[in-house]
Design a protein around this ligand. Structure first.
Ligand code: SF4
Length: 161
């Protein structure tokens, strides 16, 4: 992996190199959860059902490097896709930077680790069930509380509601 530039996360997404792009991810695990799309309205319902490769206790992919071999439709986020994918959470680092917003203060790059993100309730670790055990997705629709996230976070990583 190449050397990361200081505060690279403040640069436009288009200027990031591959290592910086990868390092921008907060590892929240939200994009590894199944969603349901209403055929008529296009509305997205979020679930707490995780891809079979997600470790539900840590919210880490168990085989990130080879994930495409096991999950061919796993989304590989690109600059183009960030603006096209409607269901990325408001907190997603790629979405926020694409919208020229700063990273939340609990982001691991700013907070120095994942604890603040977990405290802020923004990591799915321990809150999801694997698709191998879940049964019908319709039974697992959840509200991840995204709608009130268009504002900043305080230094403890908690929402300023
Ligand atoms: S939602 Fe965005 S920041 Fe969170 S794990 Fe997925 S790509 Fe990374």
């Amino acid at each position: 992996m190449g050397e990361l530039r200081a505060r690279f996360w403040e640069l436009p997404l288009a200027e990031l190199d591959r290592a910086e792009w990868e390092a921008l991810c907060d590892g929240c695990g939200r994009c590894c959860l199944h969603k349901l799309e209403d055929e008529d309205t296009g509305e997205i319902a979020h679930t707490n059902v995780a891809c079979k490769l997600l470790d539900t206790e840590t919210a880490r992919c168990m085989d990130y490097r080879h994930r495409k071999a096991f999950v061919p439709d796993c989304l590989r986020l690109t600059l183009k896709l960030v603006s096209e994918v409607s269901w990325l959470p408001e907190t997603c680092a790629y979405r926020r930077r694409a919208e020229d917003k700063p990273l939340p203060e609990w982001h691991p790059l700013l907070a120095g680790g994942r604890e603040a993100m977990v405290r802020a309730g923004r990591c799915v670790a321990g809150k999801v069930v694997s698709e191998c055990e879940a049964g019908p997705l319709e039974h697992h629709i959840v509200d991840w509380g995204d709608e009130d996230l268009g504002h900043d976070w305080d230094s403890d990583g908690e929402d300023r509601a």
